[in-house]
Design a protein around this ligand. Structure first.
Ligand SMILES: Cc1cc2nc3c(=O)[nH]c(=O)nc-3n(C[C@H](O)[C@H](O)[C@H](O)COP(=O)(O)O)c2cc1C
Length: 417
């Protein structure tokens, strides 16, 4: 699909989501769009942003708005990075290369998941932009060490270690609709697949003809088996339920670029990440995909930012679907946001052009919200722009009276307390 066509038809991330829903088999769409268990955190992420209002300032010069910033010393056109998401190439042929290229075109970093189908070296060769690599700590630590060395050889700029998945998440909808990794055609998903011939031909057949079966190419060699042929437990490396701060300190020693810990929700863990030598943290509940009922990260952000924001780069993801969400996150202390589903909906709707359109929508909205709010650069976005709903403010007051007081001094919460 061309970018011109997408510009005419997809005017919001919600439009791209709808287009992806039409293109993809239900099992795959739900794998992307839903959360875990009862989708409580998924809904909670969106609700938390809804509980924050903007209070615009007027009669200000907002000509020539500027969204540029620096992340880990590198210039970015906007305070956005693409979150790591496994298996994007199941949504569109070469989905991972496409979204990495779209990020490069938008002038923002792209984080590649270890669970991606495209080898990290190929992405590096085909993409002229900032690339970060995400990994999970594996029980076999030597495999993790080797992956870190491989990322260094492939010239990835930053390393993200995801620490919020000690056990496999429970996604009952995927058990019901027959989507699983390893991927097998079964009576549960047969009809779903054959009624999506555009996806079947455009993604599965074309991929097979081009490069053979899909394999998680970044996994250690002994585990690199086709997505469809693996035996349960073989393809998915076991989750690691005993990651320690010593592990993080060791990875710090092995990796000399920016090290980012992903999946932080508690201020104490944020402080420990800084002590362990991390250059950044991602305040995240994994997009509501892991621990159901995990608090929306935006609710913890003020407290975490107050604790470590002056010492480390604070990124936030989970629930960003509009430019206004980005302004809210920056106003509450994030240096930048990351987006997972928003870009994936773009990939599912139109491959590289779809990812490009998703990022374009977010940046256009960011600029529009900034100028309509009376700010023309990121440094002018502050908590003074916000009013928090009673519910949001009350949670904050209960969790951390100190952060609430700081916010109150900027007027963001006082009106509702
Ligand atoms: C389909 C899908 C796959 C994901 N795979 C990974 C992964 O391999 N590693 C990881 O750290 N996070 C993964 N995530 C979580 C994202 O990195 C990110 O935290 C989340 O999507 C942010 O929330 P949002 O989708 O509301 O933007 C995945 C998310 C989705 C939607």
């Amino acid at each position: 699909m061309s970018i011109e066509k997408l510009r005419a038809t997809a005017l919001s991330i919600a439009d791209l989501r709808e287009m992806a829903r039409e293109h993809l088999p239900r099992g795959i769409f739900e794998y992307v769009a839903r959360g875990s268990d009862e989708d409580r955190s998924l809904g909670g992420n969106a609700r938390a942003f809804d509980e924050i209002d903007l209070v615009p300032r007027v009669v200000r010069d907002v000509s020539e708005p500027n969204t540029s910033c620096k992340l880990f010393g590198e210039p970015c056109a906007a305070p956005i990075a693409v979150s790591p998401t496994g298996f994007a190439s199941l949504l569109w042929l070469d989905g991972e290369v496409g979204s990495a290229r779209a990020a490069a075109r938008a002038g923002i970093p792209f984080a590649l998941s270890t669970g991606s189908i495209t080898p990290m070296e190929q992405i590096r060769a085909e993409v002229d932009g900032q690339l970060w690599l995400q990994l999970y700590v594996w029980p076999q630590r030597e495999m993790t060490r080797e992956l870190i060395a491989r990322a260094r050889r492939a010239r990835y700029e930053a390393l993200i270690i995801t620490v919020d998945t000690p056990v496999a998440p429970f996604r009952p909808y995927n058990l019901k609709n027959g989507f699983s990794i390893p991927f097998k055609i079964s009576s549960r998903n047969f009809w779903d697949i054959v009624t999506h011939p555009r996806w079947l031909y455009g993604v599965v057949f074309r991929r097979y003809l081009k490069s053979g079966p899909m394999v998680a190419e970044n996994y250690p060699e002994q585990l690199r088996v086709p997505v469809s042929a693996a035996k349960p437990g073989k393809f998915n490396l076991p989750f690691c339920d005993n990651v320690s701060w010593d592990d993080i300190r060791e990875f710090r020693r092995l990796w000399d670029g920016p090290l980012i810990l992903k999946g932080i929700l508690h201020p104490e863990d944020a402080a420990r990440a800084v002590e362990a030598g991390c250059d950044g943290i991602i305040v995240s509940n994994h997009g509501g995909r892991n621990l159901d009922s995990a608090i929306a990260p935006i609710r913890m952000l003020p407290e975490i930012a107050e604790r470590v924001g002056h010492k480390t780069t604070v990124l936030l993801d989970s629930g960003i679907s509009r430019g206004s969400d980005i302004v809210k996150a920056l106003a509450l202390g994030a240096h930048a946001v990351m987006v997972g589903k928003a870009t994936l909906f773009g990939v599912g709707a139109g491959g590289e052009a779809g990812a490009q359109r998703a990022l374009e929508i977010l940046v256009d909205e960011l600029v529009r919200v900034m100028t309509n709010s009376g700010v023309k650069d990121l440094g002018s976005i502050s908590a003074g722009l916000l009013r928090l709903s009673h519910e949001f403010a009350r949670t904050m007051l209960e969790l951390n009276p100190e952060a609430a007081q700081t916010m109150a001094s900027t007027n963001a919460v006082s009106a509702r307390l």
